[in-house]
Design a protein around this ligand. Sequence first.
Ligand SMILES: [Zn+2]
Length: 412
Amino acid sequence: MTANNKIIKHLFLFVLILAFFGIFYFENQKASGVGKITDAPKAEKEIIADKKKIVKIGDGDTYGILMERAGVGALAADNIYKAAADNYDLAKIRAGRALELIFEKNTDNLKELVYKIDSEKELSVRDKIYFGGTATTSEWTAEVRPINYEVKIVTKEGEVKSSMYAAALENNIDERAIIAFANAFQWTIDFAMDPRAGDKFKFVYEERYLDGEYVMPGKILAGYYINAGKKYEIYYFKETDENAGYFDAEGNSVQKMFLKAPLAFKYISSGFTTGRRYVKAFNVSTGHRAIDYAAKYGTPVRSVGNGTVVFSGWNGPYGYTVKVRHNGTYQTKYSHMSKLAVRRGAKVKQGDVVGYVGSTGFSTGAHLHYEMKKNGVKINPLKEILPPGKPIKKENRDRFFAEIEKWQEYLD
Ligand SMILES: [Zn+2]
């Protein structure tokens, strides 16, 4: 019995060793490619192209000159130009931007040209090689595609001492990000008149990188601004492909019937200030039933809401003036302008430019005099409570509240 047992044990061990080497052999074969099923021939040859040349576009440079300088043959340059034509006219490349030329590593053949059209889109013209059997054909193929940034999500905050703009700079926040953040509040806060010392703000946004280098801020995703103790929140939400924008924490669009200010934030960024800057508030006791915004000569003045221009011309002591009738209740007036941009009878949309800041009429310096009338009576536009914006559709509300939870964690 003992001998039999021993034989069985040895047999078992032998089988085990065989199995082990068998697997080892098979794995090796796989690694070396022997016995591997050959891939079906691809329609398009994979390009190993990793030599990139960045050709900066200077003043007076043309596409032809740049391609010649980069050592690209005239025929290839011409074929690329023609292939791109339906998507983008390469004669329109702009100074300050660049052509990216990608060459095949082993042959030094030009394989792709990339040109960034704007901050969102780029043109790509690629040499696509097709081969079937023995014949190989090559064709330049163009497309406009979104720029594929690497995105980092960042949170920034600050406390207002003189203005939100100054607070943002103190906290090393990119100027472009603070302008985009303020724009999301353009129906809620007048950053020239409303901010108070001690106001706080915090927001989450995307930073865009290319090849590891910071390029620009991307979307503002969420944020709050606490003005005189009251918290205002914004959340970016894509309700449908056509309808994306900012909503408050209750899911109402932040867009309202009127903008808070007729001047965009970027022109009034130094905010509430006393002293040298000339900003006059609405004041019943002094009889100044309007808001005066200090702004540089030529700053665009925008209509705060949709409406019809009912007056455009010289208005005595008010100088060049535009009046917009928004509906049966509201009318706004913009005065002392240097130039008018609309005619009487024109239909304007919210944000449309109606004129430019000046100092015409009875005025001591460049500023905008802005009035709002409700049922014929001058009112303080900053105090006017407007109905909330459109709410998110019922079927999208669960998705909205689930999505903003994530941002609320960032803001806590
Ligand atoms: Zn005034």
